[in-house]
Design a protein around this ligand. Structure first.
Ligand code: GTP
Ligand code: MG
Length: 195
């Protein structure tokens, strides 16, 4: 497997700081600790690119990365993380949605859902809002190495059923950042959308 060339561009705490590069972008969103930063690192095969932590709330701004000099990856702060306090939580949510709904260069949003649990209220709200905004999104089931293949399959079917009437849901993709399961499929999807 080939490592992708990737570098940290900047961390944005408001929309005026978003990168001015005119390149296609992909966003990674989902609740805190779901595995966004790990997934990003697994795509580029660099464990040290985005900071990872077992404590939720690690990513505190929208972190932008330049990948292969042709794509921009946006790692979003976790949605709805209570422990950061109400003000900051509302600020992150507003910033995330400003980016997800308005960003012109954004081609695809990856909505990460923990494969071990039923989707949370927050996950459903995110899907609904992206659908309403007419933004393409890919549902990624994270941490699939932690459950049996049968349970992964059941979860995949559950989510597929959930979005069966949705127009902008691209696919439901099982993933493991540890085992690199789903990486080839994800790269193929990115190549399709990030043009
Ligand atoms: P915030 O930045 O806090 O919103 O979290 P995040 O969504 O970026 O999660 P992060 O990538 O930091 O991962 C959270 C924890 O889950 C870490 O302890 C990771 O090692 C673990 N983790 C992430 N992905 C996987 C996976 O595919 N398999 C397993 N077993 N653990 C994972
Ligand atoms: Mg993170």
């Amino acid at each position: 497997m080939k490592q992708l060339n990737a570098e940290f561009l900047l961390g944005a705490t408001n929309d005026s700081q978003f990168p001015k590069l005119n390149l296609p972008e992909v966003a990674f969103c989902g609740r805190s600790n779901v595995g966004k930063s790990s997934l990003l690192n697994s795509i580029v095969l660099n464990k040290h690119l985005a900071k990872i932590s077992s404590t939720p709330g690690k990513t505190k701004e929208i972190n932008f990365y330049l990948v292969e000099d042709k794509w921009v990856f946006a790692d979003l702060p976790g949605f709805g993380y209570a422990a950061v306090g109400k003000n900051l939580r509302l600020k992150w949510t507003a910033l995330n949605w400003h980016y997800l709904e308005k960003r012109e260069n954004l081609r695809l949003t990856c909505v990460l859902v923990d494969s071990r649990h039923d989707p949370m209220e927050q996950d459903l709200a995110t899907i609904e809002r992206l659908e309403f905004a007419g933004r393409n999104y890919l549902i990624i089931l994270t941490k699939c190495d932690k459950i049996s293949p049968k349970s992964v399959d059941e979860r995949k079917k559950q989510l597929e059923h959930l979005v069966s009437q949705c127009k902008y849901a691209v696919e439901v993709l099982p993933y493991s950042s540890v085992k690199l399961q789903g990486r080839d499929e994800l790269l193929a999807i990115l190549k399709r959308f990030l043009v």
